[in-house]
Design a protein around this ligand. Sequence first.
Ligand code: URA
Length: 424
Amino acid sequence: MNIIDIINKTKKSQELSDDEVFWLVKSYTDGEIPDYQMSAWLMAVCINGLTENETFALTAAMRDSGDIVRLGIPFTADKHSTGGVGDKTSLIIGPVVAACGVCVAKMSGRGLGHTGGTIDKLESIDGYRTDLPLDEFEDILRQTGFSIISQTGELCPADKKMYALRNATGTVDSIPLICASIMSKKLAMNADCLVLDVKYGSGAFMKTREDAEKLAQLMEKVGRSAGKKCKAIVTDMNSPLGRNIGNSLEVKEAVELLQGKSKGTLYDVCMELAAYMLELSGKGNFDECRALAEEAVASGKALDVLRETIRLQGGNEKICDDVSLLPQPLLKYEIRATKDMKILGFDCEELGMSSLLLGAGRLTKDDKIDMSAGIVMNCDIGDQLSADDVIMTLYSTVCSDFSDVAVRALNAVRFKITEKPSYT
Ligand code: URA
């Protein structure tokens, strides 16, 4: 086998054998194929796609490039969202599902571009440790049924290397490559059931619902072909999920939801995803499982799970009762409507970038995050605002000049002036 033949085959849309795909992934991970040749192959995939069989083989080869987690726990459930703006669902769904008796064992990542990462959000809780060894992870899971830690370096090294290369070569946005990247990590985590939340819209990798559905179907097929119970749903990311964007702001919103203080789209998406996880875990039909999930919030049991998990991971669990203990920003900047207006839509990616520029994300991988930074949206699509109403508030401790970010954030809002002109 050689790399030139493999690049040429994919360039001509000829199907690679399983052996060829495994050889390619192993040789690249071992450093035997240089980045420039792998980039050429990735670009050929972006242009011509892969067959289902090639995608299954690519996922399996990437999964097998590192360790496969084997927890001594009889049944675990996992969920994955494909990345969005303001997406704090893992912080809510994990405790909810655990409170209903199903163990949720999750490894998560850090923020990527305009999208936030669950690990960064959790690290905004004073003391919370995300880099636990597997035996401590397992111990917490046995005690509370829920834990999230950061992905270990031994899991899917092929994806780590390929993802960095894709990021630098404009080859991220390919359905089979995204599928293999996500599913290899999820299969290496080895949960018994898996719910996938595939986002579409201006803040998501998939810009259209149609593409998100293709990705969802492919991920479901890959999961099932690997023997997992798997359900993928598509959800809207044309508005930020919930009101808060940014690390401690999102933890605050998740805690407030578990305190029973908020309903709305975030609540509905979380209850739906939790219900699917419970259904796949054999807790009843979808409606029964949704009722279980809602009860876990209403009774406070889900918040109890979160509180105990934070404590066991070394974090200040008191934030579950007093969100003012989370990092607080020194500065705030309100963006207000100058006239009566109707909100028509958002460019969510730009809102995510604005939050990043306030300090909530990284421009380079070594940048330090301002845990207090971010945006609180004060409106949603379809809302009617009056002159002087707040559209959104920007928060930061490190940003010295809000005006550039404010212009960018305001440009991310599409609106129509509804005020009647006055000719006096
Ligand atoms: N998230 C991943 O882990 N991989 C992708 O390719 C895209 C999103």
